[in-house]
Ligand binder design. Structure first.
Ligand code: GH3
Ligand code: MG
Ligand code: MG
Length: 340
């Protein structure tokens, strides 16, 4: 492994990989993926020595001459490891520790105080201020190296936990079969979307759709093929929505809701007609061969302005009533308010 820094991910560590500590006696081994260290010291010589050592070990090093400068650097570029002196003008290392702990960051910042102050009181005060580790100057390069490695181990662990929590949160609002949002997400987020558009007097469209005679697909071709049809159905729908604006939720077995913020009734009806065509026009490719599928669509919208402000339940009920009309009128069609 070369001592040169490798590519750095946005948060300063190597693409979310978990770092494994090197084996014993290997303390000078280069950092596997470049991690960024912010070195804070008011003494230019001390700063340069630390910088040289850490760069030799493969770290990407950023420097600052006091706490205030360090905070500036951190707000410009997130840095997971901070190695700071205590005694500095303008803002000392203790204040820096407190300031860092008092803010929200992208992820955890591992803080090491490196200072000439060596009394027990100092150590306790430093750790109390939020430092994760406390080193007394002069520190042996091998010890500094090992302490930073401890920091990386903790940061890697924190990152793994954060990724898992994110994944759990994502799974809690996702339908496992189709990958679109589930009913829980719909019921939590539709009121939020409605509150937002109401505040600005904007419209919001809702399309409820249901596959026609889907039970027959299951009965004749089997449940697994039915699943394939459901997946292809959501793929076709999802391919038509505006990325990052519209969203699709599965709210029942073969029933889906498409939420179209900033879209009025006419626009929502146009989208529904396009989707109906997109489903009916081309058979679905399945492992049992091509299957002809149609779906029915019920459309409702919150109009722009203040006049009509249905809540989520009311809007869903309107779309559902229209869907029922589309089914009753023969399926494979779109129905809106007033039979449009
Ligand atoms: P309609 O045109 O009136 O909507 O008729 P339909 O047959 O589509 O509606 P019905 O409500 O009678 O049947 C829905 C079927 O959807 C029955 C159920 O087994 C099936 N279904 C629900 N969830 C799933 C699923 O996850 N996978 C599969 N393969 N089938 C499902
Ligand atoms: Mg100093
Ligand atoms: Mg159905």
């Amino acid at each position: 492994m070369s001592g040169q820094p490798t590519r750095v991910a946005a948060d300063g560590a190597g693409e979310g990989r978990v770092l494994t500590p090197p084996c014993h006696g290997d303390l000078q081994t280069a950092v596997p993926d470049a991690w960024t260290v912010l070195v804070v010291d008011d003494h230019p010589v001390a700063r340069r020595l630390l910088e040289a050592q850490l760069e030799r070990e493969g770290y990407l090093v950023i420097t600052a001459a006091n706490g205030r400068e360090a905070l500036e650097r951190l707000s410009g570029r997130f840095c997971p490891l901070v190695l700071t002196d205590w005694m500095m003008p303008e803002m000392d290392g203790l204040e820096l520790c407190r300031a860092i702990r008092g803010r929200e960051w992208d992820s955890y910042i591992y803080l090491i105080l490196l200072t000439a102050r060596d009394s027990l009181d100092d150590v306790l005060m430093g750790l109390e201020a939020g430092a994760d580790d406390y080193l007394v100057k002069p520190v042996h390069p091998m010890e500094l190296s090992a302490r930073l490695r401890t920091g990386r181990r903790i940061l890697a662990l924190e990152r793994t936990l954060r990724d898992r929590n994110r994944e759990i949160a994502r799974l809690a609002v996702t339908d496992p079969l189709t990958g679109v949002y589930n009913r829980r997400y719909l019921m939590e987020n539709l009121p939020r979307e409605l509150a937002r558009v109401r505040r600005y007097g904007h419209p919001l469209g809702l399309i409820m759709c249901d596959l026609d005679h889907f039970k027959e697909v299951n009965d004749t071709l089997g449940h697994a093929v039915g699943d394939e049809v459901l997946k292809e159905f959501t793929r076709r729908l999802a391919g038509q929505v505006r990325q990052g604006v519209d969203w699709l939720a599965r709210c029942g077995g073969e029933e889906f809701v498409l939420v179209l913020p900033e879209t009025d009734l006419a626009g929502s009806l146009a989208v529904a007609r396009r989707l109906r065509h997109l489903v009916a026009a081309t058979p679905f490719a399945t492992t049992a061969g091509p299957v002809r599928v149609t779906a029915s669509f019920g459309v409702a919208a919150r109009p722009p302005g203040e006049a009509d402000s249905p809540d989520a339940e009311a809007l869903l009920a309107r779309a559902d009533a229209c869907l029922y009309q589309a089914k009753a009128a023969g399926r494979n069609r779109v129905a809106g308010p007033g039979g449009r």
